[in-house]
Write a protein that binds this ligand. Structure first.
Ligand code: NI
Ligand code: MN
Length: 222
């Protein structure tokens, strides 16, 4: 499994067969990346909520790549109204896609779209189980994330102000008990200017859960 990080909460997961799922593709206005959205190859796009730093360039990429947008019903409908192929789910629901299974999880956050809800997801793909929290505050139902089996990688926001900060994201890791955590949603602007090294130090020393900091623009294989 290859994790490619574009910075903020934009990343992709790819298997060896060339299937790529792109998450929260905030690309054009993302200070971390100079990649052009038209140049990102993917077959699926997962969107956690409608805020601009997550929905981002979903429509451009979905239409360029003929990629399937996977999200809550409201976001899926929004993308569909702009000509994107989409699959709507909602919180607690799962679906078996050709690449594997996605379950939508709750997130404590604004939806960015009227009548909607923000979400995260559990992805079963290429023999791994990954939890992406989306934008969220800490909530104790994160203890249920591993109910389908152990989480290989948890992707958690640490930027504070809009989401969990470092202390809460470390506690979240202790509840999820993944093999490792990848911190996201930090350093993009002054309001989310948190140090991932401080998060790594706290999570590893206090809770004994490894943290993998991935530099924007690089890939990590696990
Ligand atoms: Ni948000
Ligand atoms: Mn955000």
């Amino acid at each position: 499994m290859k994790f490619k990080y574009y910075g903020h909460s934009a990343f992709s997961l790819s298997d060896e067969a060339g299937t790529t799922i792109l998450f929260d593709p905030f690309i054009q206005d993302n200070p971390w990346t100079k990649v052009s959205p038209e140049d990102i190859a993917c077959q699926y796009i997962f969107v956690s909520h409608g805020h601009g730093d997550h929905y981002g360039d979903t429509e451009i990429i979905a239409k360029t790549q003929q990629a399937l947008v996977i999200s809550t019903a409201e976001i899926a409908a929004l993308s569909g109204a702009h000509g994107c192929k989409n699959h709507a789910l909602h919180i607690g629901g799962s679906w078996n896609f050709p690449f594997g299974r996605i379950t939508l999880t709750p997130a404590l956050h604004g939806s960015g779209i009227s009548g909607g809800l923000a979400c995260g997801c559990i992805v079963e793909f290429a023999g791994k189980r990954i939890y992406y929290a989306g934008d969220t505050g800490l909530f104790s139902d994160m203890k249920l994330v591993s109910r389908f089996g152990p989480i290989d990688c948890a992707i958690l926001p640490i930027g504070d102000n809009f989401t969990m900060g470092i202390e809460d994201a470390a506690l979240a890791a202790s509840w999820i008990r993944p093999k490792f955590v990848v911190p996201v949603h930090y350093g993009t602007w002054p309001m989310v200017d948190q140090d991932p090294k401080r998060y790594k130090e706290l999570t590893e020393t206090k809770y004994d859960i490894p943290v993998q900091i991935i530099t924007p623009g690089t890939e990590y294989t696990f």
